[in-house]
Design a protein around this ligand. Structure first.
Ligand code: URA
Length: 435
């Protein structure tokens, strides 16, 4: 195909036909369009944008670049949740078993950390024996038998996104609303879902820094998801402050288990309940959000999702004895230090971006694609905005790989916190809904 003419047309601001977009994605996936041409095309899209029909065509072409997950007919609806990414965002972990206990099937295909945002698969890799890479047949079996699975996409699922994302990452073309929409929805549509809840984050540690931009992204994704036959809703949530009191792969798994045990932080519990409640309303399992929230809370408090979590872990190869032994330890990192408050007052800022950067830099995330992760590093026992603190009390604990790392993390993390004499109004974590 003559891909150069498509690059030139988009550069000039022309509208492409669905057939042109499909042919381009097919050829790129097959390897007949070189990366430099696709990079030029992506940059043209970044500046010129895509209209709704073009974004739909791109999404469907990407979805159809590989295999779709197929499930037998069943009265349990197929649902999933996707977050645009944040710091301390471990909602998927307790949510999947909760949804399974509420009578859903959950083929939760997740990703790895990106930039400073943590990845669900990296968190799960901290569980002894847990397998995040499963063949499609096994994914289907676990969903049918257990009700939920959390794993990565197979080699044959949405290969176009894998190739395109790698190029976008190194060509400055990630933050395009249409490209993000196509990337996220192509993967979710490949799961053959009935309903999808999107958690679109805004704030200093999110892709979308302002609520207005998050709203635009949410609207685009909700419209396209619904148009493609998946009942789609989005909630807009704050990502200026981390979710919960822990950030870092293993520390977040531990906090997720706390949530399943009814002990987790309130903001995490609320987000988990909210996502479950929306999906119940979307699939008509509940008539109103108020009723749905009550049902989800009762289910979480029954302890059934905690058992379901163990069942899912076992189905995905985890060594439950080793997992429980690890959970019983207060600390798994080599060195743990406290960051102490310099004065008494109220915490008015706990900057998720600084936290995310520090955790990534001490080995909790990746600075290069090849970097290995230290699953045990991170922060926990965070004091959050709106909460009182006494001089010399701990604002958080820092879990690090060695003494030097712990020291530099402590110095940098001091800038993440602000303490003021007066309590500031803390933002609600969910601040809007689209769909
Ligand atoms: N997550 C994705 O999967 N794709 C994007 O483009 C951005 C976030």
């Amino acid at each position: 195909m003559n891909f150069l003419s498509l690059i030139e047309a988009k550069r000039a601001g022309a509208t492409l036909t669905p057939e042109q977009i499909q042919a381009g994605i097919r050829a790129f996936t097959a390897g007949t369009i070189p990366d430099y041409q696709m990079a030029a095309f992506l940059m043209a899209v970044f500046f010129r944008g895509l209209n709704t029909a073009e974004t739909t065509a791109l999404t469907l072409a990407m979805r159809d670049s590989g295999d779709l997950l197929k499930f037998p007919k069943d009265k349990r609806p197929l649902v999933d949740k996707h977050s645009t990414g944040g710091v301390g965002d471990k909602v998927s972990l307790p949510l999947a078993p909760l949804l399974a206990c509420l009578g859903f099937r959950v083929p939760m295909i997740s990703g790895r950390g990106l930039g400073i945002t943590g990845g669900t698969l990296d968190k799960l890799d901290s569980i002894p024996g847990y397998k995040t890479l499963l063949p499609a047949k096994r994914i289907t079996e676990i969903v049918q038998e257990v009700g939920c699975v959390i794993c990565g996409q197979t080699e044959r699922m949405v290969p176009a996104d894998k190739k395109l994302y790698a190029l976008r990452d190194v060509t400055g073309t990630v933050p395009s609303i249409q490209l993000i929409t196509a990337s996220i929805l192509s993967k979710k549509l490949a799961e053959s879902l009935d309903a999808l809840i999107l958690d679109v984050k805004f704030g200093c540690a999110a892709f979308m820094q302002t609520k207005a931009d998050a709203q635009k992204l949410a609207k685009a994704m909700v419209a396209l998801g619904n148009q493609c036959g998946v009942n789609t809703r989005a909630i807009l949530t704050d990502m200026n402050t981390p979710v919960g009191r822990a950030a870092g792969n293993w520390l977040e798994v531990r906090e997720s288990v706390d949530c399943l045990d009814g002990k987790g932080p309130e903001d995490l519990r609320m987000l988990v309940i909210d996502c479950a409640a929306h999906l119940q309303v979307q699939t008509r399992k509940a008539r109103t959000l108020v009723v749905a929230r009550k049902q989800a809370e009762a289910c979480l408090d029954s302890g059934a999702p905690r058992h379901k979590w163990d069942e899912m872990l076992q189905a995905q190869g985890a060594d439950l004895t080793a997992f429980r032994r690890k959970l019983a330890k207060d600390v798994t990192a080599r060195v743990v230090v406290e960051l102490k408050a310099k004065r008494s007052g109220y915490v008015t800022r706990c900057d998720a971006r600084i936290l995310g950067e520090v955790i990534r830099d001490i080995g909790g995330g990746r600075l290069t694609k090849e970097a290995t992760i230290n699953y045990d590093v991170g922060v926990d026992q965070l004091v959050k905005p709106g909460e009182p603190i006494k001089a010399d009390a701990a604002l958080c604990r820092i879990h690090a790989g060695d003494v030097q790392q712990a020291g530099s993390a402590r110095t940098r993390l001091a800038a993440a916190f602000q303490i003021s004499p007066r309590r500031a109004r803390s933002l609600p974590s969910v601040s809007g809904m689209i769909g």
